[in-house]
Design a binder for this molecule. Structure first.
Ligand SMILES: [Mg+2]
Length: 176
């Protein structure tokens, strides 16, 4: 299970760099735990262009990630790995979404079967990442930029599953 971070797990604060401002959408922790109980490994795949743009440091991002990990651990949630791409959009990057590189790395490192995996996010790049990696399905949440994406890019979302939020995505996956 591959998860975008900002706008999907937590409220998108636009270049979030302060761990104190990390805030989850409702129900995220228990929903992720249900996925684990169903046998899914959890990975976060996040573009962090704020580092490449010089808005915050890689250490700032790790501090936010560490707080996310610590808070979700209270719900019994554990991520196998957090993949991040620090480059600004105009900089060359092997991993930056919609590149499937991080998902391919997870396949190689953790033996993940991508054809039985899912990518969830709030932007078209997240949907495209899942497509590019050969995931079973890409899901767009309406949180973050998702509702706007659904409105503006409807034609590009063909085949993607649109759900209200991350718990909705989990419910869809587990009911499949
Ligand atoms: Mg996002």
């Amino acid at each position: 299970m591959f998860l975008d971070r900002d706008g999907t797990i937590n409220i998108d604060r636009h270049y979030l760099s302060d761990p104190a401002k990390l805030e989850f959408y409702p129900g995220v922790g228990p929903a992720l735990r249900r996925l684990m109980d169903a046998g899914f490994l959890l990975f976060v795949v996040t573009n962090q262009s704020g580092i490449g743009r010089g808005y915050y440091t890689e250490a700032d991002m790790h501090a936010v990630n560490d707080r996310m990990v610590a808070l979700l651990a209270a719900d019994g949630v554990a991520f196998e790995k957090i993949y991040f791409s620090p480059e600004a959009p105009e900089q060359p990057s092997p991993n930056r979404k919609p590149s499937p590189r991080s998902l391919l790395d997870a396949r190689d490192e953790f033996g993940v079967d991508l054809s039985r995996s899912f990518m969830v996010g709030d932007k078209l790049i997240d949907v495209d990442t899942g497509r590019n990696a050969g995931c079973a399905a890409s899901l767009l949440v309406r949180t973050g930029y998702g509702a706007e994406t659904e409105r503006k890019d409807a034609a590009k979302l063909a085949g993607a599953v649109v759900v209200d939020d991350l718990p909705g995505a989990v419910a869809w996956i587990l009911a499949r």
